[in-house]
Design a protein around this ligand. Structure first.
Ligand code: FUC
Length: 778
């Protein structure tokens, strides 16, 4: 499939600002140059390529390079104290409950608030930096640096004197190595070094450059990175702890790295990968890399009708910030989200963390961990609709991996069956509660993660996946079946204590509180989990007795209610929020990513959801990248394409760095993924009882097309439009399909003149259907 007509390159006329890596601890904000550098990755090995002319810096990551260790942080008295805390909340003694909460019920302090990489909670850290120091006399000219999303290659070309130089960097999934290819028109000489801010030593071993070390923790993750240089001409020699390359016109650096996190014999694994890759040579590696990447990336095409490959990306971004229209950049940002997911999450890797795969320092922002009160979930919103199901596998594995410690947390902390987790997790299985009332007590995080398990089934229909996921979903439901209790006023089943992530509310008598009971988001998430479990029991034909119990409890959850401003209430009472612009808009979970609220079946709640958005936005909300991205998805679900696009543009204008990374600030990748997911929501929706094509089409996207988007129920959809009118839709059934399809304007099957806005679909597996709109007025 050709990708013509769409922008698929980020490019620049200058290298990323060449900043030296700082020592440990200095990275919370990321160096300026680092967010100009360009990312490549294969899910496991990541690199940020600076493209320097005389000194190249390639900052490296390996997905399991985590400090810290497993730790039991559940409060051993939690279960015994729960009833008291709950009783105080039910009696309206919120301040008292909140003051006792950290001590009586909070998790043990292990630094899980994510600021100290030396704590047991740990942090995701840089692997180190690879430097290439070229012996070049004179200034570089005719410089160009780019990241080609279609080939997943970062490259730079320039000229010094009469020597033309081209370098390209790929991270190969099939070969599990990074490769740097260097070609020059005259012999080049350069030194190669590997460094890390702490805990490492670099030596030359049998001609390879080898960096080894161990980070803090008990016992602390051991790691190794190894560079092997293969030159077509010239020579390679050791010089202290560096390699020296002399007089080459063509050379390849093969780089592999691993830790003992998942492989006790990680050093053998590295040697094996390097040996195979180097033996086959760069061009064979590149061929395998392209085949692998194209298989995923080329499944989806988005063309918004305009492209501008002549203007550098930083200049385009600046123009958009100043109000210019650049539809090509809007399409590019969408595809960049898909690119970044392919690069940071592949079968066998850990899921994309707060920074995907790319982290510069030792004390990384929020430990670059897995926050699960929005961030990790947002990272995967685009996986199913944009045809990257494989890339979601690390998340599925990760959720399962939380169950053993989450079961302990449920038992120790709550005396409950099943499993749960709270607002932050890490690859060491951290699931305990925190001690801060506004964010530490979010036991609905486990249930929220389970949404990805059932949604994957809704999209793919994979029974094997569902059978595997069902025990995890059931365990999450069992926790809630134990934890929910009738509230004293209405008898609804509610969680207590309960929070609306990170937000606090004003108490009628003065002061504020972060906990309550039956917070709206929690109820929505638990309702969604129960629905998912019921659906899974039916689909698998098992556990019918349990299903009935779940159904019975589902009916007793509190209804969503509308408050004094006409807003959907965030808490069980109509409280005012302490921070009206709060970045978490948790109670709209039911609108997105849940599906309880929509303009057709629940118009009043949809209106109340809009009031929430208006109130947040009029107080300055949407100020973090991920929050803005969520707002894009909300408006798309409300069917308001123009407002959705306005916020998509705000994401580009206010929360996007020069390499198009999302900025919280600092860099945080969730906004990239959430923004791309928002575009998919504007183009196609399938969360109700029908497939809706162009459900939230912005007027500014006058003409265009997409190919390859996926829906729940198993359809692949291609569509094109002109003057805002849908012109053609092609459907491919990826399994037997039975649904309705709804168009924004009348469409007819094939060449039929019988045009309607809605059709009933029954398609056999692999069947194709084509709908056409009325003849174009042009
Ligand atoms: C959530 C958010 C913060 C930040 C952090 C990593 O808890 O509230 O804004 O994104 O995760």
């Amino acid at each position: 499939m050709a990708q013509a007509g769409t922008d698929l390159k980020l490019w620049y006329r200058q290298p990323a600002t060449p900043e030296e890596p700082q020592g440990p601890g200095g990275y919370w904000k990321n160096s300026k140059g680092w967010t100009e550098a360009l990312p490549v990755g294969n899910g496991r090995l990541g690199a940020m390529v600076f493209g320097g002319t005389h000194r190249e810096r390639i900052q490296l990551n390996e997905d399991t390079l985590w400090s810290g260790n497993p730790v039991e942080a559940d409060n051993p008295h939690g279960a015994a104290n729960l009833a008291r805390i709950r009783q105080l909340l039910f009696e309206g003694k919120v301040t008292e409950a909140e003051s006792l909460l950290p001590e009586l019920f909070g998790g043990l302090p292990v630094g899980q608030e994510g600021v100290d990489s030396k704590s047991a909670f740990g942090a995701y850290q840089t692997l180190g930096d690879l430097f290439l120091d070229f012996d070049l006399a004179g200034e570089a000219k005719e410089y160009r640096r780019e990241l080609d999303l279609d080939s997943a290659t970062a490259s730079c070309t320039y000229q010094v004197g009469h020597c033309r130089i081209r370098r390209e960097v790929v991270s190969s999934y099939p070969d599990q190595v990074l490769a740097v290819r260097i070609e020059a028109t005259a012999p080049l000489s350069f030194r190669v070094s590997l460094t890390r801010p702490e805990n490492s030593e670099t030596t030359v071993v049998k001609g390879d450059l080898v960096m080894q070390g161990q980070v803090s923790g008990e016992p602390g993750t051991r790691f190794e990175a190894r560079v092997r240089i293969v030159c077509d001409d010239g020579s390679v020699s050791a010089s202290g702890n560096q390699l020296e390359v002399t007089g080459t016109k063509k050379a390849t650096l093969f780089i592999s790295a691993a830790t003992d996190y998942r492989r006790p014999k990680f050093q053998e694994y590295i040697l094996d990968c390097l040996g195979k890759a180097a033996k086959g040579g760069y061009w064979n590696l590149r061929t395998r890399h392209l085949r692998d990447h194209h298989r995923l990336f080329r499944r989806v095409l988005l063309d918004l009708g305009a492209t501008d490959e002549e203007t550098p990306t930083d200049v385009r971004l600046e123009r958009v910030r100043n109000g210019a229209e650049d539809l090509g950049l809007e399409a590019l940002y969408f595809q960049y989200g898909r690119y970044l997911l392919i690069a940071s999450s592949r079968p066998g890797s850990l899921p994309a963390n707060l920074q995907g795969l790319w982290a510069e320092g030792i004390d990384t922002p929020w430990s670059a961990d897995y926050h699960v009160n929005i961030n990790l979930q947002m990272n995967y919103w685009l996986a199913q609709p944009t045809a990257l199901s494989e890339c979601e596998e690390p998340l599925i594995d990760y959720i399962e991996g939380l169950v053993p410690s989450g079961t302990r947390t449920a038992a120790v902390q709550y005396g409950a069956k099943g499993w749960t987790t709270h607002w932050v997790t890490n690859p060491w299985g951290f699931t305990a509660a925190g001690s801060n009332p506004a964010y530490g007590f979010f036991p609905a995080a486990g249930a929220w993660l389970c949404q990805h398990l059932i949604e994957r089934y809704r999209f793919t229909g994979e029974k094997r996946h569902l059978s595997r996921a069902y025990p995890t979903m059931k365990g999450a439901a069992e926790f809630w079946m134990d934890f929910l209790k009738p509230d004293p006023k209405d008898g609804w089943l509610v969680g207590a204590p309960s929070s609306s992530p990170e937000n606090r509310y004003l108490l009628p008598g003065g002061g504020s509180a972060g906990i309550s009971y039956g917070a709206t988001m929690e109820t929505q998430i638990v309702g969604g989990l129960f629905d998912g479990v019921v659906e899974a029991c039916r689909a698998l034909g098992q556990d019918q007795k349990f299903r009935k119990e779940v159904e019975a409890m589902r009916c007793q959850l509190p209804p969503m209610r509308i408050g004094r401003h006409g807003q959907l209430m965030e808490w069980i009472e109509d409280y005012e929020e302490e921070e009206p612009r709060h970045r978490h808009i948790s109670h709209l979970y039911g609108l997105h990513p849940g599906s309880e609220i929509n303009p057709r079946q629940t118009p009043e709640l949809a209106r109340a959801a809009r009031v929430v958005l208006e109130r947040r936005l009029s107080s300055g909300g949407g100020h973090t990248g991920w929050s803005r991205a969520w707002i894009v998805n909300f408006f798309a679900r409300l069917g308001d394409g123009d407002t959705a696009r306005f916020h998509y543009l705000q994401l580009l204008r206010q929360s996007t760095l020069l390499n198009l990374f999302d900025s919280h600030p600092p860099f945080q990748i969730d906004g990239n993924f959430g923004g791309a997911a928002g575009v998919a929501e504007m183009l196609i929706q399938s969360h109700e009882d029908a497939i809706r094509v162009l459900p939230a089409m912005p007027k500014a996207w006058r003409e265009g097309s997409f190919r390859g988007l996926r829906t729940r129920g198993g359809l692949m959809v291609d569509a094109s439009w002109e003057d805002g009118q849908l012109r053609s839709v092609a459907l491919t059934a990826l399994r037997a399909v039975s649904t309705r399809i709804v168009f924004p304007n009348p469409m007819g099957l094939g060449n039929s003149t019988n045009l309607r806005k809605e059709h009933v679909l029954k398609m056999a597996n692999s069947a194709k259907l084509k709908f056409n709109g009325p003849p174009s007025s042009r």
